[in-house]
Design a binder for this molecule. Structure first.
Ligand code: G6Q
Length: 549
């Protein structure tokens, strides 16, 4: 049965009327009128605290947003995902990344079969392998232990492990250096190969399909590089694969015993929890990897069982809907105040934009509302010295997610206090702004003339009333990172459910995989001017000339 349009939902109408009033609220006034605002609008789960009090909302807003979630069948849709229903309707698949972090004692029967034994068999294989590599028992061609691990993969087979290995850098085995090659641009692979020794390097070829052009080309080049220094019989000691495609892995020359499988019900951008997480397990060890899965599982349990009113992913998702569909915001900025989360904004870009960057509903009907905003960002404090100007004083309202850990993983004195002070000061400044009187008082204190004060005043007023969430954790450790990623996964799910989207396909990515294949032969062979426009033809001609010089 077709879902009713989002805009026809009773709660959507109620929210539209409510917005007419809410758009004029000032958060300063909301805070002064409600001393317990933080207590009312904050929640904790799985080691994370979400403070959502610095948003343009009150109790009625939240009640209406929860009502909308119920009207859109969020709870039923959530239960359908967890129970393995084929909610990815265009690919006829379940979306069961949550099964990957379920404990061994659990059962999850899908199509008459419990998927948990298979999941844990692969985890056991990963554990045995990671322990051999980390202990030094796994030896390379010349009998030496592995020192460098190169993951070759792209998109979902790169962003998760690259982000998580970076985030958990302080937990990395001291002998191991992690490298990630994703781009088909040879500069990427070249930069890594120039640093590593083939005798002590392990390549992980990570590709769900094992057909992705970029990954296959990088893998072949890495193989050739290795074979120019060692013999083919040494390959199995230096190449392992993570894939769903056993045949292609075997054909590449990788021993199927050194292949770590996963399943078609694991989407690329949701695959860090599967064998795609092998680089992370190698870096931090299997016990810590299990804690990472445990943190995500704790967030799953919270999402499944907590009432909507205290449910962190639901709250974050619905606040995002409030801004996107009523305030008309177009982007969301991610501001981790943690250097080791510097790849997190890029990771979320894929998670959010590939999942919900869609203009048709799951049933194929064109949507009448805006969907996923542009997600972008960089670590604080760096962003403050660059684009925060626009966030404070630009013409657009851009909600910000601040993310910080209360304790650092280093011993340098003073740094963490300054970091946290900046994080909290920014969210306060976005909320409060700086009004005319405050600007005047400031400038008077600097002994400026009235004329100078009036000339400078408009430039120095901060409108404020700019929304943000703050997510705090005790420290950035395997369990909290797992919970943080799962929080965003479920937030994306919530928004997809409200908009009526299938968040688990990615046809926009598939097109790119096909198109380049048409042009590639023209760059080395005969151009086909009839096949393209004048711009594309001219670009091909330029490149062809340069490549043949
Ligand atoms: C993720 C996407 C996409 C995919 C890559 C790599 O959800 O499907 O980013 O992960 O295109 O695909 P392979 O793992 O098949 O090489």
């Amino acid at each position: 049965m077709r879902e009713i349009n989002l805009t026809d939902a009773a709660a959507f109408h109620a929210l539209s009327s409510h917005y007419a009033e809410a758009k004029n609220w000032q958060m300063r006034t909301l805070f002064s009128g409600q001393p317990d605002r933080f207590d009312r609008f904050s929640t904790e789960a799985a080691g994370l605290l979400l403070d959502y009090s610095k948003n343009r909302l009150n109790d009625t807003t939240m009640q209406l947003l929860f009502q909308l979630a119920r009207e859109r069948g969020l709870e039923q849709k959530r239960d359908a995902m967890f129970s393995g229903e084929r909610i990815n309707v265009t690919e006829h698949r379940s979306a069961l990344h949550t099964a990957l972090r379920m404990p061994r004692s659990a059962t999850l029967v899908v199509d008459g079969q419990d998927v948990l034994p298979e999941v844990h068999a692969v985890l056991d294989h990963m554990q045995a392998f990671t322990e051999r590599v980390r202990s030094g028992a796994w030896l390379g061609a010349t009998g030496r232990a592995i020192t460098d691990i190169v993951n070759i993969g792209i998109g979902g087979s790169d962003l998760g492990p690259a982000m998580a290995c970076r985030a958990l850098r302080p937990f990395t085995h001291p002998r191991l250096t992690m490298h990630f090659v994703s781009n088909v641009d040879g500069h990427d692979l070249d930069a890594v190969l120039s640093k590593v020794n083939p005798a002590t390097t392990l390549f992980i070829i990570a590709s769900k399909t094992f057909t992705t052009r970029e990954t296959m080309m990088n893998a072949q080049s890495a193989r050739e590089w290795f074979l120019s220094r060692h013999v083919a019989a040494d390959l199995p000691k230096h190449f392992v694969a993570v894939s769903t495609n056993v045949e292609a892995v075997r054909e590449f020359g990788i021993d199927p015993d050194n292949m770590f499988p996963f399943w078609d019900w694991v989407g690329g951008r949701y695959s860090i929890w599967s064998a795609i997480g092998l680089p992370l397990a190698l870096a931090i060890g299997f016990d810590a990897f299990s804690e990472f899965l445990g943190g995500a599982h704790a967030m799953d349990q919270h999402f499944r069982t907590a009432p909507l009113e205290r449910n962190m992913p639901v709250i974050m998702g619905m606040i995002g809907v409030w801004y996107r569909n009523f305030f008309g915001t177009t982007s969301l900025s991610i501001a981790p105040y943690h250097q080791d989360l510097n790849r997190f904004p890029a990771y979320l870009q894929q998670l959010e934009m590939e999942s919900n960057g869609k203009r048709v509903a799951a049933d194929g009907v064109t949507l009448s509302v805006q969907t996923c905003p542009v997600v972008w960002g960089d670590v604080g404090t760096n962003g403050q010295h660059a684009y925060f100007q626009l966030l404070h004083l630009g013409t657009d309202i851009i909600p910000v997610d601040f993310i910080a850990a209360l304790k650092p993983m280093h011993d340098l004195s003073g740094h963490h206090t300054v970091l946290l002070a900046n994080c909290f000061a920014q969210s306060e400044a976005f909320m409060r702004g700086k009004n005319t009187e405050e600007v005047r008082a400031d400038l008077r204190a600097q002994h400026l003339s009235d004329k100078e004060i009036e000339a400078l005043r408009p430039h120095k007023i901060f409108p404020g009333n700019r929304p943000s969430n703050t997510i705090l954790m005790d420290e950035l450790a395997p369990a909290t990172l797992g919970a943080l990623i799962a929080l965003y996964e479920h937030k994306v799910f919530v928004q997809g459910a409200i908009w009526g989207i299938n968040s688990f396909d990615q046809w926009g990515v598939e097109l790119g995989k096909v198109l380049a294949k048409n042009i590639e032969p023209e760059l080395t062979g005969t151009p086909r001017p009839d096949a393209h426009d004048s711009s594309t033809n001219a670009l091909i001609a330029r490149a062809k000339a340069a490549l043949s010089e």
